[in-house]
Design a protein around this ligand. Sequence first.
Ligand SMILES: Nc1ncnc2c1ncn2[C@@H]1O[C@H](COP(=O)(O)OP(=O)(O)OP(=O)(O)O)[C@@H](O)[C@H]1O
Ligand SMILES: [Mg+2]
Length: 184
Amino acid sequence: MEHVKQPVNQIASESAERVSGSVEETQALGERLGRWLRAGDVVALRGELGAGKTTLVQGIARGLGRAPGSIKSPTFVLMREYPGDIPLIHVDGYRLSGAPAAAWLDLELLLDPRKITLIEWADRFDELLPERRLIVELNHVSANRRRLRVSTAGEWPVTRVVELRKTLSQAVHHPPSAVDDQES
Ligand SMILES: Nc1ncnc2c1ncn2[C@@H]1O[C@H](COP(=O)(O)OP(=O)(O)OP(=O)(O)O)[C@@H](O)[C@H]1O
Ligand SMILES: [Mg+2]
């Protein structure tokens, strides 16, 4: 990734870790993120099978005024679009990898500045995504616990980063150090 010199004394990026102890907590974190998201934003979700990517997307959808139950895993369809004031695009890259992904995904459609794009298994075709994105990495801690690492990649306006920091600080109340199990 290209490194961009950032002005000193300004928050130019964010990287935070939260532990969720339940589906509801993961969705609540997603809901806050959803309220923070703006048209044109791209969220890259990483994490193994069952890590909670779709669960987080359901919360994000709720934060954007959608019924979370309406969000299904798009595994077999690659992509779903949920209409609304700001259309929501939900992509599942599980079956894709590398350059062939470009042939399957209409990236112009996906990366429409009027929409918000949420991509599961985004690491399979990271190189096709815009540099500016929010990365959420989810990992199993135990049966009901997940570690979520949220970070910005690329250049974000300082105001957005400040808002993100606020959003995350209100999200889940476990101190990050409270649970330090080894990942399963
Ligand atoms: N704290 C938690 N947060 C999210 N999901 C949890 C949590 N604890 C347990 N779970 C369970 O983990 C599973 C997460 O499934 P989900 O479909 O969200 O994962 P995913 O990362 O999208 O998987 P896939 O790679 O198959 O798409 C669900 O069965 C959910 O009930
Ligand atoms: Mg999923």
